[in-house]
Design a protein around this ligand. Sequence first.
Ligand code: PMV
Length: 306
Amino acid sequence: MALFTAFGAGKVVLLGEHAVVYGRPAIAGPLTLGVTARAVPSARCQLEVPAGLSTTGRELLGRAFEQAAKACGRPKVRVRLEAHLPVSMGLGSSAALAVACARVLLAASGRAPETPSVVALAREMEEVFHRTPSGVDHTCSAMGTLIYYSKRPAARAGIAERLVCPKPLKLLVALAGKRRPTGETVAQFRERLKRWPGRYGRLLQEVGRLAREGKQAILRGDLEALGNAMTVNHGLLVALGLSSVSIDSLVHRLLGRGALGAKLTGAGGEGGAVIGLFLEPEPVVARLSREGVVCFASQLAGPLAL
Ligand code: PMV
Protein backbone atom coordinates (compact mmCIF):
# COMPACT_ATOMS: atom_id res chain seq x y z
CA MET A 1 0.00 0.00 0.00
CA ALA A 2 1.59 3.28 -1.15
CA LEU A 3 2.02 6.01 1.44
CA PHE A 4 2.37 8.75 -1.16
CA THR A 5 1.74 8.62 -4.90
CA ALA A 6 2.65 11.37 -7.34
CA PHE A 7 2.70 11.93 -11.11
CA GLY A 8 5.13 13.83 -13.32
CA ALA A 9 3.99 14.54 -16.90
CA GLY A 10 6.14 13.98 -19.97
CA LYS A 11 6.43 17.00 -22.26
CA VAL A 12 6.89 18.16 -25.80
CA VAL A 13 8.64 21.33 -26.92
CA LEU A 14 6.34 23.05 -29.44
CA LEU A 15 8.88 25.73 -30.30
CA GLY A 16 12.40 26.66 -29.23
CA GLU A 17 14.44 23.63 -28.12
CA HIS A 18 18.22 24.20 -28.05
CA ALA A 19 17.75 27.98 -28.46
CA VAL A 20 16.27 27.92 -24.93
CA VAL A 21 19.66 26.78 -23.59
CA TYR A 22 21.05 30.14 -24.85
CA GLY A 23 18.43 32.38 -23.26
CA ARG A 24 15.81 32.39 -26.04
CA PRO A 25 12.14 31.68 -25.17
CA ALA A 26 10.53 28.28 -25.76
CA ILE A 27 7.01 26.88 -25.60
CA ALA A 28 6.40 23.46 -24.04
CA GLY A 29 3.31 21.50 -23.09
CA PRO A 30 2.71 18.47 -20.88
CA LEU A 31 1.66 15.11 -22.26
CA THR A 32 -1.05 12.99 -20.68
CA LEU A 33 1.61 10.26 -20.34
CA GLY A 34 4.28 10.45 -17.66
CA VAL A 35 5.93 8.80 -14.68
CA THR A 36 4.26 7.78 -11.41
CA ALA A 37 6.25 7.50 -8.16
CA ARG A 38 4.94 5.56 -5.15
CA ALA A 39 6.53 5.80 -1.72
CA VAL A 40 6.09 3.16 1.00
CA PRO A 41 7.47 3.20 4.57
CA SER A 42 11.00 1.82 4.81
CA ALA A 43 13.95 1.67 7.24
CA ARG A 44 15.85 4.19 5.07
CA CYS A 45 15.36 6.47 2.10
CA GLN A 46 15.92 4.45 -1.06
CA LEU A 47 14.93 4.09 -4.71
CA GLU A 48 13.91 0.81 -6.34
CA VAL A 49 15.91 1.13 -9.55
CA PRO A 50 13.71 0.01 -12.48
CA ALA A 51 14.84 -3.11 -14.36
CA GLY A 52 16.35 -2.86 -17.83
CA LEU A 53 18.54 0.23 -17.28
CA SER A 54 22.14 0.33 -18.49
CA THR A 55 24.93 0.55 -15.88
CA THR A 56 25.36 4.26 -16.69
CA GLY A 57 21.59 4.80 -16.46
CA ARG A 58 21.43 3.10 -13.03
CA GLU A 59 24.39 5.09 -11.79
CA LEU A 60 22.93 8.43 -13.00
CA LEU A 61 19.50 7.67 -11.57
CA GLY A 62 21.01 6.63 -8.23
CA ARG A 63 23.04 9.85 -8.01
CA ALA A 64 20.08 12.04 -9.02
CA PHE A 65 17.79 10.40 -6.45
CA GLU A 66 20.46 10.73 -3.77
CA GLN A 67 20.74 14.44 -4.49
CA ALA A 68 16.98 14.98 -4.05
CA ALA A 69 16.78 12.66 -1.01
CA LYS A 70 19.57 14.60 0.71
CA ALA A 71 17.82 17.93 0.02
CA CYS A 72 14.66 16.53 1.69
CA GLY A 73 16.40 15.19 4.81
CA ARG A 74 16.16 11.56 3.65
CA PRO A 75 12.57 10.68 4.64
CA LYS A 76 12.21 6.98 5.52
CA VAL A 77 10.51 5.75 2.35
CA ARG A 78 11.24 3.38 -0.52
CA VAL A 79 10.29 4.91 -3.87
CA ARG A 80 9.12 2.84 -6.84
CA LEU A 81 8.74 4.29 -10.34
CA GLU A 82 6.35 3.40 -13.16
CA ALA A 83 7.00 5.00 -16.56
CA HIS A 84 4.10 5.26 -19.00
CA LEU A 85 5.96 7.09 -21.74
CA PRO A 86 8.80 6.20 -24.10
CA VAL A 87 12.14 6.76 -22.36
CA SER A 88 15.11 8.74 -23.84
CA MET A 89 13.07 9.90 -26.85
CA GLY A 90 12.86 13.65 -26.22
CA LEU A 91 9.55 13.37 -24.37
CA GLY A 92 10.91 14.55 -21.04
CA SER A 93 11.01 11.17 -19.27
CA SER A 94 13.87 12.20 -16.96
CA ALA A 95 12.06 15.43 -16.03
CA ALA A 96 8.80 13.52 -15.45
CA LEU A 97 10.67 11.10 -13.20
CA ALA A 98 12.35 13.99 -11.35
CA VAL A 99 9.02 15.73 -10.78
CA ALA A 100 7.28 12.55 -9.57
CA CYS A 101 10.19 11.79 -7.19
CA ALA A 102 10.32 15.40 -5.96
CA ARG A 103 6.60 15.33 -5.16
CA VAL A 104 6.72 12.10 -3.12
CA LEU A 105 9.96 13.05 -1.33
CA LEU A 106 8.61 16.47 -0.36
CA ALA A 107 5.33 14.93 0.86
CA ALA A 108 7.16 12.19 2.79
CA SER A 109 9.35 14.79 4.48
CA GLY A 110 6.29 16.71 5.65
CA ARG A 111 6.73 19.62 3.23
CA ALA A 112 3.92 20.78 0.94
CA PRO A 113 4.73 19.66 -2.62
CA GLU A 114 3.95 23.10 -4.04
CA THR A 115 5.05 23.89 -7.59
CA PRO A 116 8.06 26.16 -6.80
CA SER A 117 9.52 23.57 -4.37
CA VAL A 118 8.88 20.76 -6.87
CA VAL A 119 10.58 22.76 -9.66
CA ALA A 120 13.62 23.48 -7.45
CA LEU A 121 14.01 19.87 -6.28
CA ALA A 122 13.43 18.37 -9.74
CA ARG A 123 16.14 20.74 -11.06
CA GLU A 124 18.65 19.12 -8.68
CA MET A 125 17.92 15.78 -10.36
CA GLU A 126 17.85 17.15 -13.91
CA GLU A 127 21.29 18.74 -13.38
CA VAL A 128 22.64 15.26 -12.65
CA PHE A 129 20.97 13.83 -15.77
CA HIS A 130 21.69 16.63 -18.25
CA ARG A 131 24.54 18.76 -16.81
CA THR A 132 23.23 22.17 -18.03
CA PRO A 133 19.46 21.83 -18.56
CA SER A 134 17.55 24.94 -19.52
CA GLY A 135 14.88 23.74 -17.09
CA VAL A 136 12.04 23.89 -19.62
CA ASP A 137 11.30 20.13 -19.26
CA HIS A 138 10.88 19.86 -15.50
CA THR A 139 9.20 23.28 -15.19
CA CYS A 140 6.59 22.25 -17.76
CA SER A 141 6.13 18.86 -16.07
CA ALA A 142 5.74 20.40 -12.60
CA MET A 143 3.33 23.13 -13.77
CA GLY A 144 1.28 20.61 -15.78
CA THR A 145 0.24 23.23 -18.31
CA LEU A 146 1.36 24.86 -21.55
CA ILE A 147 4.19 27.30 -20.75
CA TYR A 148 6.23 30.07 -22.35
CA TYR A 149 9.64 29.69 -20.75
CA SER A 150 12.99 31.42 -20.72
CA LYS A 151 16.14 31.39 -18.59
CA ARG A 152 19.17 33.65 -18.75
CA PRO A 153 22.13 31.35 -19.52
CA ALA A 154 23.96 32.30 -16.27
CA ALA A 155 20.86 31.90 -14.06
CA ARG A 156 19.89 28.61 -12.42
CA ALA A 157 16.13 29.16 -12.45
CA GLY A 158 13.97 30.25 -15.36
CA ILE A 159 10.75 32.22 -15.72
CA ALA A 160 7.59 30.43 -16.88
CA GLU A 161 4.29 31.91 -17.93
CA ARG A 162 1.16 29.79 -18.25
CA LEU A 163 -0.37 29.96 -21.75
CA VAL A 164 -4.06 29.36 -22.33
CA CYS A 165 -5.18 28.52 -25.85
CA PRO A 166 -8.88 29.07 -26.58
CA LYS A 167 -8.84 25.91 -28.74
CA PRO A 168 -7.71 22.37 -27.83
CA LEU A 169 -4.13 21.66 -28.92
CA LYS A 170 -3.95 18.10 -30.19
CA LEU A 171 -0.78 16.42 -31.29
CA LEU A 172 0.34 13.25 -32.93
CA VAL A 173 3.62 12.08 -31.40
CA ALA A 174 5.67 9.64 -33.53
CA LEU A 175 8.92 7.93 -32.63
CA ALA A 176 11.82 8.13 -35.08
CA GLY A 177 14.07 5.63 -33.32
CA LYS A 178 16.97 5.60 -30.89
CA ARG A 179 19.11 8.67 -30.21
CA ARG A 180 22.02 9.61 -27.99
CA PRO A 181 21.48 11.30 -24.58
CA THR A 182 20.38 14.95 -24.58
CA GLY A 183 23.58 16.08 -22.82
CA GLU A 184 25.74 14.77 -25.69
CA THR A 185 23.65 16.37 -28.45
CA VAL A 186 23.59 19.67 -26.54
CA ALA A 187 27.40 19.50 -26.02
CA GLN A 188 28.06 18.78 -29.73
CA PHE A 189 25.84 21.65 -30.73
CA ARG A 190 27.69 23.93 -28.28
CA GLU A 191 30.95 23.11 -30.14
CA ARG A 192 29.44 24.06 -33.52
CA LEU A 193 28.09 27.28 -32.04
CA LYS A 194 31.54 28.16 -30.64
CA ARG A 195 33.11 27.56 -34.02
CA TRP A 196 30.56 29.54 -36.09
CA PRO A 197 28.95 31.93 -33.57
CA GLY A 198 27.60 34.42 -36.10
CA ARG A 199 25.90 31.93 -38.39
CA TYR A 200 24.42 29.73 -35.65
CA GLY A 201 23.61 32.75 -33.47
CA ARG A 202 21.43 34.22 -36.24
CA LEU A 203 19.47 30.99 -36.53
CA LEU A 204 18.98 30.75 -32.75
CA GLN A 205 17.71 34.32 -32.74
CA GLU A 206 15.18 33.38 -35.42
CA VAL A 207 14.07 30.33 -33.38
CA GLY A 208 13.42 32.68 -30.43
CA ARG A 209 11.39 34.96 -32.69
CA LEU A 210 9.26 31.99 -33.81
CA ALA A 211 8.55 31.14 -30.14
CA ARG A 212 7.37 34.72 -29.54
CA GLU A 213 5.15 34.58 -32.65
CA GLY A 214 3.92 31.10 -31.61
CA LYS A 215 2.89 32.46 -28.22
CA GLN A 216 0.70 35.12 -29.90
CA ALA A 217 -0.78 32.46 -32.22
CA ILE A 218 -1.65 30.26 -29.21
CA LEU A 219 -3.28 33.14 -27.32
CA ARG A 220 -5.40 33.94 -30.42
CA GLY A 221 -6.22 30.27 -31.03
CA ASP A 222 -4.67 30.56 -34.50
CA LEU A 223 -3.63 26.93 -34.99
CA GLU A 224 -2.58 27.47 -38.63
CA ALA A 225 -0.10 30.17 -37.62
CA LEU A 226 1.19 27.99 -34.76
CA GLY A 227 1.57 24.98 -37.07
CA ASN A 228 3.45 27.05 -39.63
CA ALA A 229 5.82 28.36 -36.94
CA MET A 230 6.48 24.73 -35.92
CA THR A 231 7.35 23.66 -39.47
CA VAL A 232 9.64 26.66 -39.97
CA ASN A 233 11.27 25.88 -36.58
CA HIS A 234 11.95 22.37 -37.87
CA GLY A 235 13.67 23.83 -40.92
CA LEU A 236 15.94 25.85 -38.62
CA LEU A 237 16.71 22.74 -36.52
CA VAL A 238 17.71 21.00 -39.77
CA ALA A 239 19.98 23.94 -40.60
CA LEU A 240 21.47 23.75 -37.11
CA GLY A 241 22.43 20.11 -37.75
CA LEU A 242 20.00 18.65 -35.22
CA SER A 243 17.86 16.46 -37.47
CA SER A 244 18.31 13.23 -39.43
CA VAL A 245 16.83 11.34 -42.38
CA SER A 246 14.49 9.31 -40.13
CA ILE A 247 13.22 12.45 -38.38
CA ASP A 248 12.79 14.43 -41.61
CA SER A 249 10.91 11.65 -43.36
CA LEU A 250 8.43 11.46 -40.45
CA VAL A 251 7.98 15.24 -40.52
CA HIS A 252 7.15 15.07 -44.25
CA ARG A 253 4.84 12.12 -43.68
CA LEU A 254 2.86 14.00 -41.02
CA LEU A 255 2.62 17.10 -43.22
CA GLY A 256 1.45 14.86 -46.07
CA ARG A 257 -1.31 13.52 -43.78
CA GLY A 258 -2.68 16.98 -43.10
CA ALA A 259 -0.69 18.20 -40.10
CA LEU A 260 -0.99 21.97 -39.60
CA GLY A 261 2.70 21.84 -38.65
CA ALA A 262 5.33 19.24 -37.80
CA LYS A 263 8.81 19.18 -36.28
CA LEU A 264 11.22 17.23 -34.17
CA THR A 265 10.77 17.75 -30.45
CA GLY A 266 13.47 17.66 -27.77
CA ALA A 267 17.16 17.34 -28.43
CA GLY A 268 16.84 15.58 -31.82
CA GLY A 269 19.98 14.09 -33.30
CA GLU A 270 19.72 10.79 -35.10
CA GLY A 271 16.28 9.84 -33.69
CA GLY A 272 13.84 10.69 -30.93
CA ALA A 273 10.31 12.05 -31.34
CA VAL A 274 8.45 14.06 -33.96
CA ILE A 275 5.23 15.99 -33.34
CA GLY A 276 2.45 16.99 -35.71
CA LEU A 277 -0.29 19.49 -34.85
CA PHE A 278 -3.68 18.14 -36.00
CA LEU A 279 -7.30 19.13 -35.49
CA GLU A 280 -8.09 15.39 -35.16
CA PRO A 281 -4.96 13.26 -34.78
CA GLU A 282 -6.70 9.96 -33.93
CA PRO A 283 -7.53 8.77 -37.52
CA VAL A 284 -3.94 9.54 -38.58
CA VAL A 285 -2.59 7.61 -35.55
CA ALA A 286 -4.73 4.61 -36.58
CA ARG A 287 -3.50 4.79 -40.19
CA LEU A 288 0.21 5.30 -39.39
CA SER A 289 0.12 2.57 -36.74
CA ARG A 290 -1.17 0.16 -39.40
CA GLU A 291 1.79 1.24 -41.54
CA GLY A 292 4.20 0.37 -38.72
CA VAL A 293 4.91 3.85 -37.30
CA VAL A 294 5.06 3.91 -33.48
CA CYS A 295 2.83 6.86 -32.57
CA PHE A 296 0.11 8.11 -30.26
CA ALA A 297 -2.18 11.12 -29.85
CA SER A 298 -2.02 13.51 -26.92
CA GLN A 299 -3.91 16.61 -25.97
CA LEU A 300 -1.46 19.13 -24.56
CA ALA A 301 -2.49 18.91 -20.94
CA GLY A 302 -1.33 16.67 -18.14
CA PRO A 303 -3.86 15.18 -15.69
CA LEU A 304 -3.58 18.29 -13.50
CA ALA A 305 -4.87 20.46 -16.31
CA LEU A 306 -7.67 18.22 -17.53
O1 PMV B 1 15.89 16.04 -23.18
P1 PMV B 1 15.03 16.40 -24.35
O2 PMV B 1 15.33 15.64 -25.57
O3 PMV B 1 13.59 16.40 -23.97
O4 PMV B 1 15.42 17.94 -24.79
C1 PMV B 1 15.39 19.01 -23.94
C2 PMV B 1 15.38 20.32 -24.69
C3 PMV B 1 16.76 20.94 -25.01
O5 PMV B 1 16.46 22.30 -25.37
C4 PMV B 1 17.40 20.25 -26.19
C5 PMV B 1 17.71 20.92 -23.83
C6 PMV B 1 17.35 21.87 -22.71
O6 PMV B 1 18.04 21.79 -21.66
O7 PMV B 1 16.46 22.70 -22.86
